[in-house]
Ligand binder design. Structure first.
Ligand code: DGY
Length: 328
């Protein structure tokens, strides 16, 4: 706030919780810039109401809450906060991987319920990670940070990039990937790419070979319901699914069915298809971990995100190109 105050007047829409739609529409009317959260839906109506807007600065790396095309049509910059939340989100992804495979939340509940009456050889057995394969879906900053941590746990890493996901049903694209693999040895052997022991694979190969599948793609038309019943059918029945990206990347009804039918071993979710609502059966499942979208929730990271969004807004308001523009 004080940094913003150095260059402009500002109004705070809501100090806590979601900003009501009417307040957003009214507030944006005479504003030159808007600093908003991922819970604010900045659609065409809001953008048209903000006829003086020069910048929409999202305090998030994801920007699926903003109609970017509508903003660009009117020459309004849209900005996000990449980079500053990478490590915090990767850390939380690993907290989820470890928690779900080693049944940490379930074990804590077991003890609190007074069920720990003595050490038992077979009690609450989980699944080990060493020698297993991590599949990273989306190999941007956060996907790579998650992959980097896997080496410390003795895991092999396979991944799909943006094109492998967008062209997942294109046989020609997939054949190219498989041909490239032939030059570098069997899939189970990691190749060094970007200084990381990771192997690029097709989307189907990732689904088939991974013991842990972790999602790190933005929400877009090509990624909505990327993980659907067809995808679950290809996964190992011992696989765990982790989502710290965006809820609608998973078809949550299909996830419930997959878990009920034992198609996969478990899931750990920080985001939900109909957030903040959670599909009810998930709440009853002990092999599922549910968190309230806290991937970047460290004091350091949230401060850095807020400061970066403000600097982006200031860039645009002072006539410069913002440092983190969302490009069409
Ligand atoms: C983001 O930045 O997109 C996260 O979901 C919140 O940190």
């Amino acid at each position: 706030m004080s940094r913003l105050g150095e260059i402009c007047d500002y109004r705070v829409g809501a100090t806590q919780g979601e900003l009501p739609r009417e307040a957003l529409l009214a507030g944006v009317c005479d504003a030159d810039g808007l600093v908003c959260l991922l819970t604010d839906t900045i659609d065409r109506e809001v953008i048209e109401a903000g006829s003086k807007l020069r910048v929409i600065a999202n305090v998030a790396v994801g920007y699926n809450n903003i109609d970017v095309a509508a903003a660009h049509e009117r020459g309004i910059f849209v900005t996000n906060t990449p980079g500053v939340l990478t490590e915090a989100t990767a850390d939380l992804t690993w907290a989820l991987i470890l928690a779900v495979t080693r049944r940490v939340v379930e074990s804590d509940a077991f003890l609190r319920a007074g069920k720990f009456t003595g050490w038992d050889f077979d009690m609450l057995l989980g699944s080990g990670l060493t020698g297993k394969t991590l599949g990273v879906v989306g190999y941007g900053r956060i996907g790579r940070a998650v992959a980097r941590r896997a080496t410390g746990f003795g895991m092999a890493v396979i991944y799909c990039g943006r094109d492998d996901i967008a062209y997942r049903d294109d046989p020609q694209h997939n054949t190219l990937t498989v041909t490239r693999q032939a030059a570098t040895g069997p899939l189970t052997q990691s190749a060094r790419i970007d200084g990381l022991a990771a192997r690029r694979v097709t989307f189907n190969q990732l689904l088939e070979h991974s013991d842990i599948i972790s999602l790190h793609v933005p929400l877009a038309a090509t990624t909505k319901h990327l993980i659907n019943s067809a995808a679950f059918a290809k996964m190992k029945s011992s696989a765990y699914l982790i989502n710290t990206a965006r809820g609608p990347v998973i078809d949550e009804a299909a996830l419930v069915r997959a878990l009920q039918q034992g198609r996969i071993a478990g899931a750990a979710l920080d985001v939900f298809e109909h957030e903040p609502a959670v599909t009810t059966p998930l709440l009853e499942m002990s092999n599922v971990i549910l968190l309230p979208h806290i991937g970047s929730a460290t004091r350091e990271t949230r401060t850095a995100m807020a400061m970066l969004a403000v600097e982006n807004a200031i860039d645009a308001l002072t006539g410069r190109n913002p440092r983190n523009p969302v490009v069409p």
